[in-house]
Design a protein around this ligand. Sequence first.
Ligand SMILES: CC(C)(COP(=O)(O)OP(=O)(O)OC[C@H]1O[C@@H](n2cnc3c(N)ncnc32)[C@H](O)[C@@H]1OP(=O)(O)O)[C@@H](O)C(=O)NCCC(=O)NCCS
Length: 130
Amino acid sequence: MANYRLTPNEEKYWEFIRILRTTDGIAQGFIKQNNISPIKQKEYMLKYNQCFRICLDGNIPVGYVGIIDDDIRVATHPDHQGKGIGSFMINEVMKDSPSAVAKVKIDNKASLKLFEKCGFKLKYYLLEKE
Ligand SMILES: CC(C)(COP(=O)(O)OP(=O)(O)OC[C@H]1O[C@@H](n2cnc3c(N)ncnc32)[C@H](O)[C@@H]1OP(=O)(O)O)[C@@H](O)C(=O)NCCC(=O)NCCS
């Protein structure tokens, strides 16, 4: 754990975020299934760059966390999952954004477990018509 740290987002991490966000097995964890092109990512990051932080293990990016309008998004690289990186990222960002919330897909067990472990409680159901 000692080697993990959060660093501010920078342009050099935009592709890391895009690739991780669209990786098979990661993308399905998110509510929206976007096919994000590098150009779309650039447009998005020009607007939201400062909302994201990158988790580094030494100098290697291993995950990211973002909070936009108090809505948390988080991902850990598949090679580094289950080592406490997700919990580390959430606990760190909650220090600055204590009112942030997570919208989690009902079948996303890893994410539910992560947020429960970080002290989040189920407060709402979000119902959608299929
Ligand atoms: C959710 C995610 C960020 C968790 O990251 P992580 O670095 O593996 O998280 P941690 O190692 O801190 O694990 C947190 C808890 O979740 C549990 N967990 C992790 N992966 C799990 C899985 N696949 N199934 C069940 N529990 C899981 C861990 O065991 C741990 O609980 P424990 O300490 O009681 O054992 C990661 O699985 C991920 O990137 N998923 C895809 C993207 C996603 O769904 N993001 C959330 C959308 S907001």
